[in-house]
Ligand binder design. Structure first.
Ligand code: SF4
Length: 539
């Protein structure tokens, strides 16, 4: 739905999504092997706000991961609307500076300002919380006047717009074909209370849900866009936060895939206890879920208990990962170093975990305290928060010496993304995961455009990895195995993903990337993690 009330004035609204900082999880190095792709995923939250605005208000949408807003964009606008996560804070400030220099009224919403409004004093209006009554009051206020107020005005959502009333994201405002993957939201919120995570405080513990009809309507809208990405990521905080709802929605997704000859594959974030949900796993396999991001965080049981993530121990960890693999789900894992429970043995435990789990992609980050989390409150009480920009890799005073924590991180990423080990883990997936996926008709993906692009991507992968890279032998060992099983997509996919991970790791070890994507050292003009609503190693 749109804003429900009548407006009296026409306002030109410029929506700007700030650029991200580089991270393991966005595969930005791989873009140079892909003909069109220049950004990770469309920003769901801002696209929904754009769609909710009064239909008589013209909207321009600029994702600065693709291109900076121009002087002409600012001149055109009456109001500049910005949304972002903590990781994007430097770029959020930069956009405010440019908008103010152009004499525009500037509004900030999204996860970062909702968690820490005090960081954004230069904005005229703050929109705190999700879309809801605050959005309506903000629109009414802008309808009345677009002159900057004398002092900052805050609008805070008390009544959220129910998810079934969410409009279709304004996909017509973006260049869909420039994104690596598509994004879709089915639910919001997570019932758990992991110490470091701000999701429960920001989005609630009772997952709120869209209807299956909304999901298939969004998929129809994506499919209608030329060059839509082949993979769609469910950006839900925890896809099985409400298991019954996931179970009931999945048959609709399967029916949609069948009707359209399986044009898409899906990925999501979920807790590791998904491995106990056989019925859901069967449906996910049939719906063509190929990847699940799991916040495993640490292989150490005491550490999981300390961070209140015992649900990761609901099954023996390796058994849970194997189970997910048997349903065709490649697991991607979030890992945190710098925990209070870390000891001199933690590095060895993590390396053993990497070898045993055979998980190819692990986002290994240093602990960071986010506002509105129990971790933040505890560290604040203990005077262990570093609140100034000290140029460090984390805002946490670790219990172990800082240099030791950072060098442990460096050794762990070097170990995980040593090309030989990485491709060996991919090779493991060929028979243990990829071969368990349901074979579906390729008709839905066999467009002339897709075929043309597959040829270009295949050529680039062969040239830059198979011929010119210093790790081509490891690459060919894994790729030969995949090709011998007829897994052409998997062979190209592992090349693209490994290319990013290996090059990102080499940069990080040279000190050109930071150890955490919220680090004060985060570099500008870069790309970040999964989606703008997410603020931690969630699920
Ligand atoms: S880390 Fe994941 S499981 Fe834990 S509260 Fe956040 S979203 Fe939920």
């Amino acid at each position: 739905m749109h804003y429900p009330l009548a407006t009296t004035n026409r306002r030109n609204i410029l929506c700007i999504f700030p650029a991200y900082t580089p991270s393991f999880g966005t595969f930005s190095h791989a873009y140079r092997l892909l003909p069109r792709v220049r950004a990770f995923m469309p920003p769901q939250g801002l696209l929904i706000i754009a769609a909710y605005l009064p239909p008589t208000w013209p909207v321009r949408f600029v994702d600065e991961n693709l291109a900076r807003a121009s002087g002409a964009d600012f001149t055109w606008a009456d109001v500049v609307l910005v949304s972002g996560m903590h990781i994007q804070a430097p770029k959020i400030h930069d956009i405010a500076r440019r908008a103010k220099a152009a004499g525009k009224t500037v509004v900030l919403g999204g996860a970062s300002v909702s968690g820490a409004p005090e960081l954004y004093r230069e904005f005229d209006y703050l929109h705190i919380g999700e879309i809801g009554d605050a959005t309506d009051r903000l629109i009414a206020c802008l309808d009345n006047s677009v002159a900057p107020p004398v002092t900052q005005i805050r609008f805070e959502t008390h009544e959220r717009l129910p998810l079934p009333q969410f409009p279709l994201p304004a996909y017509d405002l973006i260049q869909f074909d420039r994104y690596l993957i598509g994004s879709l939201q089915f639910s919001s919120g997570c019932p758990y209370l992991c110490e470091f995570c701000d999701i429960p405080a920001l989005y609630g513990r009772q997952p709120r849900l869209k209807t299956p009809k909304q999901i298939t309507a969004e998929l129809d809208a994506m499919l209608a866009r030329p060059g839509h990405p082949p993979v769609v990521y469910f950006v839900d905080d925890n896809f099985i936060g409400n298991r019954k709802a996931a179970r009931e929605m999945l048959p609709h997704l399967i029916a949609w895939q069948r009707k359209n000859a399986y044009p898409l594959r899906f990925a999501c974030e979920a807790t590791l206890n998904l491995a106990k949900q056989t019925e859901i796993l069967v449906l996910m396999r049939e719906a063509q879920f190929h990847l699940v991001f799991v916040g495993i965080e640490t292989p150490e049981a005491d550490a999981l208990k300390a961070m209140r993530k015992e649900h990761n121990s609901a099954l023996p960890m390796m058994e849970a990962i194997r189970t997910l693999n048997r349903y065709g789900l490649e697991v991607t894992s979030g890992i945190i170093l710098g925990l209070d429970t870390d000891t001199a043995d933690s590095e060895g435990h993590l390396k053993t975990f990497i070898d045993l789990s055979q998980i190819p992609v692990l986002t290994i980050n240093l602990l960071q305290a986010l506002p509105r989390t129990p971790l933040w409150d505890r560290l604040k009480r203990d005077d262990r928060l570093i609140e100034d920009d000290a140029g460090l890799e984390s805002n946490v005073r670790f219990l172990r010496p800082y240099d030791e924590v950072v060098s442990t991180w460096q050794r762990c990423i070097a170990y995980a993304y040593d090309p030989e080990r990485l491709f060996a883990r991919f090779a493991h997936q060929v028979d243990e995961t990829y071969s368990h996926r349901m074979v579906v008709p390729a008709r839905g993906r066999l467009t002339a455009r897709n075929l043309r692009e597959a040829v270009v991507v295949g050529f680039n992968v062969l040239l830059w990895i198979g011929l010119l890279s210093d790790y081509r032998r490891s690459f060919w060992r894994a790729v030969r195995l995949a090709l011998s099983r007829g897994q052409i997509d998997a062979a190209i996919g592992m090349g693209l993903v490994a290319y990013h991970l290996i090059h990102f790791t080499r940069e990080a070890l040279r000190g050109e990337q930071n150890a955490y994507f919220y680090s004060a050292r985060a570099r500008p003009n870069a790309l970040g993690r999964f989606h703008e609503k997410k603020a931690s190693s969630a699920a």
